[in-house]
Design a protein around this ligand. Sequence first.
Ligand SMILES: Nc1ncnc2c1ncn2[C@@H]1O[C@H](COP(=O)(O)OP(=O)(O)OP(=O)(O)O)[C@@H](O)[C@H]1O
Ligand code: SF4
Ligand SMILES: [Mg+2]
Length: 319
Amino acid sequence: MLLQTENLTKTYLRVSPITRKVRRVHAVKDINFSIPHNCIYGLIGETGHGKSTFGRLALALETPTSGKVFFDGIELTALSKNKLRKLRPKFQMVFQSPDSALNPKQRISEIIGYPLRFQMGYSRRQVNWAVREMLEKVQLDIRYAESYPRELSGGQKQRVEIARALSLGPKFLVADEPASSLDASIRGRILNLLLKLKEEHSLTILFIGHNLEVIESICDTISVIYKGSIIETIAADKIRFESRHPYTRALFGHFRLKTLNPEPSSAAKRKINAVEEETTGCRFSWQCPFVGDRCWKDFPELTKFNAGEVRCHFFEEIW
Ligand SMILES: Nc1ncnc2c1ncn2[C@@H]1O[C@H](COP(=O)(O)OP(=O)(O)OP(=O)(O)O)[C@@H](O)[C@H]1O
Ligand code: SF4
Ligand SMILES: [Mg+2]
């Protein structure tokens, strides 16, 4: 396995601006992940369910509240800052929003060249040559080397972001919704580019997103995250018709979820939040049409089934 996580957990503390009460947000909860070499592994889930937090934890860009991350057998969570810095070129992130990831005051040549110069110790001449090569790889005209990010379109900025991430020759890439803000035709070109580069560089990619068609078409295996927990892992070509978790089935439109009162009162929202954060049971109980008594009390374990793993007490009975 190239990347493995053991009980990876990240809890943030959030202070209410009105009541000043402190609330715990379990952004990522007890995630055990194994990503084999040379594959594209998908992570899907709705907004705010912990996808980016997991991506940052997997690349040791953030410290977990508890749990471990292993990269190619090395425990990243136990490394000193110095050792981690030396290993960092091997794993890189394509950030969700190139607008915030690219320094607006640096030219494109500096954005791509800076890590080569200061992390890899390249000479000025080597940097110039490498920047040129990277721009060619991401199919961006060399004349953009002296431009600033604001002079580029969304798709061009995303190409720069990919070039920056690939310039250090990583083995593992976390692509956090790399094309979600782009329109469909440009998104398609960026995804094709990623696939081409994956083959050329023998990359392993953790592809984060919420566009089901995209994820289904380019990934080998997909994990579904719900409120910080993995609730199902299944081969991409089976997810649409053979998934077992009610949430995954609902994502693919097999049925509608129970909707809460469309405009719950603030008190009701607070109650739901408190129960969701502290519940010992299934965190999907509020919306699940199949909820039983047991669901409110017992947290379901991930259980193997013929096409993958699922976290639901009744996965055998429901379908
Ligand atoms: N630095 C932080 N401080 C406090 N809470 C945070 C922080 N980062 C993330 N969170 C919270 O953790 C939860 C998960 O956030 P995260 O950004 O990982 O979600 P996401 O699945 O990537 O969402 P999106 O699809 O919108 O990008 C959210 O409730 C978010 O508000
Ligand atoms: S454990 Fe219960 S609430 Fe959770 S998904 Fe399964 S049936 Fe629904
Ligand atoms: Mg995100």
